[in-house]
Design a protein around this ligand. Structure first.
Ligand SMILES: *[C@@H]1O[C@H](CO)[C@@H](O)[C@H](O)[C@H]1NC(C)=O
Ligand SMILES: *[C@@H]1O[C@H](CO)[C@@H](O)[C@H](O)[C@H]1NC(C)=O
Ligand SMILES: *[C@@H]1O[C@H](CO)[C@@H](O)[C@H](O)[C@H]1NC(C)=O
Ligand SMILES: *[C@@H]1O[C@H](CO)[C@@H](O)[C@H](O)[C@H]1NC(C)=O
Ligand SMILES: *[C@@H]1O[C@H](CO)[C@@H](O)[C@H](O)[C@H]1NC(C)=O
Length: 549
């Protein structure tokens, strides 16, 4: 009923901010957008693929003359890396330039940008082009995950000449983008601890299980912002959604056996050094309405290496919600390895690289599925985790990675915004691989909730949401101490109905070697020099029944 009303009102409820009719918000390869000038004449959309090492731009400028875009170390033209193009009387033109002074830039010997399309409407020029994130050309700028000064200029005609005042600069973090907050409606939910005493020990986890104030109608949270009181000791924060059997609040040390410890559906993550997190413009994380009674657990990790005493803290997260509902609900689905139950699956001590796998097989979803558009992934292990990789498989073959962290650090957990939107089709499989190091441990490490136990999870943020919160599996416990796991017990859990379905067969397919993206020059004829070598350690399939719970 609620859903029906929402759907019928949709055309009136959601708003897109688009630079042009041509550059719609449905552009899956370029989810990010920023105007480079105050007057909104120059709009940049972009997206990137970490795995393949490419970044794609769409520059939309309200002119029918030439358009220029570039990267600059100081915001000026001198020393900058520039592309200039347009559509003139004799067709399109497009070149990679570099500027050694504030004058007409010089054409690069190596053309490292490739033009994907050049179109012109009555009053706009739309130039779509691509380059590798890292370039081998000294005349090109190296794109990093730091804020970068972007420059633009354009002309009124197709004669590339002095731009006069039609130029500007804007600093944007292309690879780690959070749009600036536009406070049209500063409504937020607050999840924070209140004046808690931080004990004089090195590490302390404080948990607060709580309900948010009642929201009679559903709201869409679109931005999650940290509010840190003591930046020197607050190390990371996680907000988890609780299962419906958690009905009591608590506010004390985590993992002391409280039932609220089983709230592990991550909704938000902040790690030291991180900033706010924002979801795409057409989606929101649903809160309130029918789900009003839901409890949430805020976990704050304090790092107090000097064992200072007498410190108090009131840090937390602000969850900004939009005035109006957005088009789609964000779904958050946990994939990876099941960590509950009496399954006796242990990581051996003294193992330098122990790998474990969990699989989500969407063919086992009972409902007819639509495509899920994935935009962010949170990868989660505990202290022994060293590496997490999430593979995407279709028709039995790996087609991509949905997440890659070759240097996983529990102390630096971050939401991982993909540079583009990856579509999960019905029937696709997702495999999560976690690599642990237990060289410093003398006892086995079990899968569980305590930070000294382990987890292997990837939380997928996608839309439109379906009612499945968990799609995880468990390896064969009859072979607990082998590197390659050969069996899966598959469990799919539906959140709202607390129903689960179990399937006892499954396989672990080969996961590719992580591609090594080095610097490269791309042009229209040769685009990729990524190596996709398949990991030969192929792993077989098996089936077996394991009784759980
Ligand atoms: C730019 O062009 C678009 C499409 O014609 C138009 O909607 C928009 O108002 C223009 N922007 C400005 C600042 O002139
Ligand atoms: C593009 O790559 C091809 C093949 O590597 C090369 O022959 C060609 O010269 C390159 N073109 C430019 C403009 O760099
Ligand atoms: C916070 O707690 C400390 C002791 O734990 C107390 O002295 C202080 O008054 C409290 N502050 C507030 C604002 O409640
Ligand atoms: C802090 O306390 C722990 C034991 O709780 C101790 O091992 C460590 O050396 C202490 N650190 C400092 C800086 O005093
Ligand atoms: C997913 O399920 C299908 C249908 O049951 C099966 O053929 C396939 O092997 C399963 N994939 C994995 C990775 O277990």
């Amino acid at each position: 009923m609620g859903k029906y009303i929402m759907r019928s009102l949709l055309p009136f409820l959601y708003l897109f901010s688009v630079c042009t009719k041509g550059a719609g918000a449905s552009d899956l390869t370029m989810p990010f957008m920023e105007y480079l000038d105050q007057n909104h004449m120059v709009c940049l959309k972009w997206g990137f693929d970490d795995v393949q090492g490419e970044i794609t731009f769409k520059l939309v400028v309200n002119t029918t003359g030439w358009v220029g875009f570039g990267f600059s170390t100081n915001g000026g033209m001198k020393g900058s890396d520039i592309v200039i193009g347009g559509l003139g009387p004799s067709g399109h033109y497009f070149k990679d330039y570099y500027a050694i002074r504030n004058s007409m830039p010089l054409v690069d010997e190596q053309q490292s940008y490739s033009l994907l399309s050049m179109t012109e409407t009555e009053d706009q020029t739309i130039m779509t082009f691509q380059r590798s994130i890292k370039s081998c050309d000294d005349q090109d700028f190296h794109i990093t995950n730091q804020p970068i000064k972007l420059i633009y200029a354009y002309g009124l005609t197709d004669d590339i000449a002095y731009h006069q005042s039609r130029r500007g600069t804007k600093e944007v973090n292309l690879l780690n983008f959070t749009p600036r907050k536009i406070v049209t409606n500063p409504n937020y939910l607050s999840a924070s601890v209140q004046n808690i005493s931080v004990p004089s020990s090195h590490t302390y986890y404080h948990c607060k299980v709580m309900k948010f104030p009642a929201l009679s109608t559903k709201r869409h949270v679109y931005r999650i912002e940290p509010v840190i009181e003591n930046i020197d000791i607050v190390h990371h924060m996680l907000l988890y959604r609780c299962p419906s059997y958690v009905t009591e609040p608590y506010d004390s040390q985590c993992y002391m056996g409280n039932i609220g410890d089983s709230c592990f559906g991550i909704v938000a993550v902040w790690g030291v050094g991180g900033g706010p997190f924002e979801v795409p413009e057409n989606v929101g994380i649903p809160f309130g309405g029918d789900d009003n009674d839901r409890f949430y657990r805020l976990e704050v990790h304090y790092n107090n290496p000097n064992n200072e005493s007498g410190r108090t803290d009131s840090s937390g997260l602000r969850l900004y919600y939009a005035d109006q509902l957005r088009q789609y609900d964000v779904g958050i689905m946990a994939t990876g390895v099941l960590q509950f139950g009496d399954l006796d699956y242990n990581i051996p001590p003294k193992a330098p690289q122990f790998r474990t796998y969990g699989v989500c097989n969407t063919t086992m979803f009972s409902k007819v599925l639509v495509n899920g558009d994935l935009f962010a992934v949170l990868m989660h292990t505990h202290l022994a985790g060293r590496k997490v990789r999430v593979g995407h498989y279709r028709n039995g073959k790996q087609i991509d990675f949905l997440g890659l962290d070759e240097n996983y650090n529990f102390e630096l957990q971050q939401s991982y915004n993909l540079g583009n939107i990856k579509t999960i089709k019905p029937g696709d499989e997702i495999a999560v691989e976690c690599t642990y190091s237990t060289t410093s441990r003398s006892k086995v490490t079990k899968m569980g909730l305590a930070t000294t136990d382990e987890m292997c999870l990837a939380f997928m943020l996608y839309y439109p949401a379906i009612d499945i919160s968990t799609c995880i599996s468990h390896p064969d416990t009859t072979h607990p101490f082998i590197d390659a796991i050969i069996f899966l017990y598959h469990i799919i859990f539906s959140f709202s109905q607390n129903k689960y379905s179990v399937n006892e067969n499954g396989i672990i397919r080969e996961m590719m070697k992580t591609p090594t993206v080095t610097c490269m020059n791309i042009n229209a004829s040769s685009r990729l020099c990524t190596s996709w070598i398949v990991n030969p350690a192929g792993i077989m399939l098996f089936l077996l029944w394991i009784a759980i719970m």
